[in-house]
Design a protein around this ligand. Structure first.
Ligand SMILES: Cc1cc2nc3c(=O)[nH]c(=O)nc-3n(C[C@H](O)[C@H](O)[C@H](O)COP(=O)(O)O)c2cc1C
Length: 193
């Protein structure tokens, strides 16, 4: 499959086959791809925690995606999570980030997250990125040090639904242009010199 096909066919999965676990080697491959992701100043300010232990999974279902986070309780079917822990970046990335008003750690985490979900897609594993969950509880459950922040939790499992639904995509013309913001309403790549 071409990368374009992989990227455009991936959709979030919110129903997983119950009790079908994901081989550890596949989970490791997803994280291996994340380790190669770019990061500001090559800081690699991350730590990936693969969770596939039954008792930890139960605690995540009960404590991390429940209550006000129950909109994500669909992930109670999933056999694995990957928590992306953002750690303190190297000094140049921190200084650059301060000057730019950007916390690069979380951008780095997002890119790493993309590597994980696309590798999972290639392996036939469904995913859903979660940004709404009880991160304090999750840190406790996973024994993450106080300095670590978990902004992204990825649910993984074999999809029980047909995720090939049509996704409303913003128009290309509305979101892409060459050389000047919004200039491409007429110009196309064929028209480029
Ligand atoms: C940073 C981030 C946070 C997200 N948080 C949630 C979430 O908490 N719950 C959820 O069901 N989906 C969540 N999603 C998934 C998005 O809703 C989904 O990617 C988007 O609707 C596009 O659909 P698609 O993934 O099927 O292409 C999140 C995605 C991202 C990138």
């Amino acid at each position: 499959m071409s990368f374009k096909d992989l990227a455009s066919s991936r959709k979030s999965s919110r129903r997983y086959k119950k009790n079908v676990s994901i081989p550890r080697k596949d989970l490791e491959l997803c994280v291996e791809c994340a380790r190669h992701a770019p990061s500001a100043c090559n800081s690699q300010p991350w730590n990936f925690i693969i969770v596939d232990d039954r008792s930890k999974l139960s605690r995540i279902y009960d404590e991390v995606i429940s209550g006000i986070y129950a909109i994500n309780s669909f992930a109670s079917d999933c056999p694995a999570f990957i928590a992306v822990v953002s750690e303190k970046a190297r000094i140049p990335a921190r200084v650059g980030g301060k000057l730019m008003g950007t916390d690069f750690r979380f951008i780095d985490a997002g890119i790493a997250c993309a590597h994980i979900i696309l590798q999972a897609e290639e392996l036939g594993i469904g995913t859903c990125v979660l940004g709404w969950f009880n991160d304090r509880r999750l840190k406790k459950i996973l024994s993450v040090p106080a300095s670590g922040k978990i902004k992204l939790l990825i649910a993984l499992g074999y999809s029980e639904e047909n995720v090939q639904r049509k996704k409303p995509l913003k128009d290309r013309e509305q979101t892409v242009s060459f050389n000047t913001y919004g200039s491409d309403r007429q110009e196309s790549s064929a028209g480029r010199r």
